[in-house]
Design a protein around this ligand. Structure first.
Ligand code: HEM
Length: 568
């Protein structure tokens, strides 16, 4: 046995002296029958408390260090992750502060990365790690895809038959192209901004206010507006408005449905909600309503059918994109609004800053006044608004970037020793932990600082390394912070293709709310309190609030009859 292993065994948190003393005592003082019972219980206790410490000591020293669970081998960390959600990664590493570490999870190993430099290396496109290897099983369970469909989807995900062949590559690059800055993105954003304006003018029509949960307000406008934009006038929500509620019921119970343990009994509500939406999406494809949808959806459905998906499965496949389109955007918009409207001073500054983007204030001789907000100007001329948006995302995005290790290999990054990653390990780049590191963001890392990303000059977007698509925004990463540390949209080879679209809609909608509306506490009539974040869930999107504020939404004084709109 090499000395280093022996010394690690001796240094491990295992009470060797106690074990030897207990063994000798049982031999000397107990009868054979009592000894057997004693050793059985002692052995069980030792197994519980010492197994992971032993495995940590025996582990290859080049691997990320294994953090033993204190008393429950193999399942302890799994329970911890379910119990504490993404916040578990910070808890478990609170005393050790390793840049990268290993947790035993059932029969596998989860490698947690909390250092941006290592994250930057791991997230690069590589044959050694795979995003789809991890995510496809989750997608299958989330939206209910059958095995023949999965076989079509899995074909060539690792690129062994070429980089462009197979459904995933064809559909993925088409979606990324359609959502990149350019004419097709502009076309979609223009339709969407017009929808938002119409919906908001109608939602708060005159001088009477609306009492509602702030989250429900955002859900209603965004689900309907986005469905129209992406899925066209014959989208499932337009044909059957009750599906909006079903969609969010499913979203809230996604984890339970995904667990797939008799979901019709254990997760009845979200299971039935999914069934209703899936039926509507099946019809959307079967009746060819997609032919009136955005070019992105027309192409996506046609690619799915061309590769052999049935109309039923092509319908179900749209549910995951619907989630991609709204699942993060709705809670993000909620938090941007909450961060601004709960801080009167910030609200006043943003109102003033964004008033320069209210382009056309024209008074028609008759009829309502028209006011137009230009979104391009919000992005380039309103650093406080854009910085508030980015800071909001930093403070709520705790979804890990996940990769499956396909081949054993070594990763290294400046300032770190090389780390050995074994085949079969699941890497999780812990975005929530990285977003809260003092070493990255400074001593106010845990505070909300709306000016954090403000930049004096308009710069090219630096928030998405390894991406060819750039966009001009009036914000920059703080000095010394690498793009791999800003993880709201993932990073490297798997960066969210919808981030430009999301930025247009969120900035536009928030600016519209800021100018058109007062959003106040329903009881006091003053600013509502910023809700606490619910960081104890396994995240499938950005964090939700622990409690949704009930608000009164009404037109600002003088804006009762104005017709507001957004343009790109
Ligand atoms: C604030 C809003 C949004 C946030 C925070 C967000 C975040 C993310 C994240 C973290 C990922 C996964 C990256 C990884 O695992 O490393 C992702 C993937 C994705 N997002 Fe977004 N997203 C947002 C809005 C959107 C929108 C509006 C769309 C579509 C219009 C969209 C479409 C997608 C798609 C299709 C993927 C999968 C990418 C792939 O398979 O390669 N997202 N997003």
């Amino acid at each position: 046995m090499p000395q280093s292993t022996l010394s690690r065994l001796l240094a491990a948190n295992i009470p060797w002296t106690l074990h030897i003393a207990a063994l000798l005592t049982s031999i000397w003082f107990l009868s054979p029958a009592s000894r057997s019972i004693f050793l059985l219980f002692y052995g069980l206790t030792t197994f519980l408390f010492d197994t992971e410490c032993l495995l940590a000591a025996l582990q290859n020293a080049d691997e990320p260090p294994l953090i033993p669970h204190l008393y429950l081998p193999y399942v302890g960390h799994v329970i911890g992750m379910f119990w504490h959600g993404a916040s578990y990664f910070a808890r478990v590493n609170a005393s050790t502060q390793y840049p990268m570490y290993t947790l035993l999870t059932l029969t596998g190993r989860t490698i947690v990365v909390i250092d941006p430099a290592l994250a930057g290396t791991i997230q690069k496109a590589s044959k050694n790690t795979s995003f789809y290897g991890m995510i496809l099983e989750v997608t299958k369970r989330l939206v209910d895809l059958d095995e023949p469909t999965m076989e079509i989807i899995r074909w060539n995900i690792s690129g062994e038959h070429g980089p462009h062949e197979g459904l995933m590559h064809e559909a993925g690059s088409m979606v990324a192209r359609e959502l990149s800055p350019g004419p097709s993105l502009n076309e979609m954003s223009a339709v969407q901004l017009q929808q938002f304006s119409m919906l908001l003018n109608a939602f708060v029509p005159g001088s009477t206010g609306v009492e509602i949960s702030l989250m429900d307000f955002v859900k209603r406008i965004f689900t309907v507006g986005n469905a129209f934009t992406i899925y066209g006038p014959q989208n499932p929500f337009a044909l059957n408005p009750s599906l909006v509620q079903d969609f969010w019921t499913w979203e809230q119970g996604m984890i339970a449905v995904m667990a797939d343990i008799f979901p019709s009994l254990t997760a009845r509500k979200p299971y039935l909600a999914r069934k209703a939406i899936n039926a509507a999406l099946e019809e959307f494809v079967a009746k060819e309503h997609y032919r009136n949808a955005s070019p992105m959806i027309q192409k996506r459905v046609q690619i799915n059918l061309k590769h052999g998906l049935t109309t039923k499965m092509a319908g179900h496949a749209e549910l995951i994109l619907l989630f991609g389109v709204t699942g993060n955007v709705v809670p993000t918009t909620f938090w941007v609004l909450a961060n601004i409207f709960s801080r009167p001073e910030l609200l006043a500054r943003i109102r003033e800053e964004t008033s320069q983007a209210v382009l056309c204030m024209r008074s028609a001789p008759v009829g309502p006044r028209e006011k137009v907000i230009n979104v391009a100007q919000l992005k380039t001329k309103c650093p406080l608004l854009v910085s508030t948006y980015r800071e909001t995302i930093r403070s709520i995005a705790n979804l890990s970037s996940v990769r499956l290790v396909m081949h054993t290999h070594t990763v290294s990054a400046p300032g770190h020793r090389p780390y050995l990653l074994r085949q079969g390990g699941i890497v999780q780049i812990a975005s929530g932990v990285i977003h809260a590191l003092d070493s990255v963001w400074g001593s106010d890392a845990n505070k909300f600082n709306p000016s954090r990303f403000m930049s004096a000059t308009t710069t090219n977007e630096q928030f998405s390394a390894s991406s060819s698509a750039t966009e001009i925004t009036a914000t920059a990463l703080p000095k010394g912070v690498s793009s791999a540390a800003y993880r709201g949209f993932g990073g490297g080879s798997v960066i969210c293709p919808g981030r430009h679209f999301a930025q247009n809609e969120i900035l536009g909608f928030v600016a519209l709310c800021v100018h058109m509306l007062d959003i106040v506490d329903v009881k006091t009539g003053g600013s509502f309190a910023l809700p606490v974040k619910d960081d104890g869930r396994i995240p499938l999107s950005v964090m939700k609030p622990a409690r949704e504020p009930q608000v009164l939404i009404k037109r600002r004084e003088g804006e009762e009859s104005a017709a507001w709109s957004l343009e790109l």
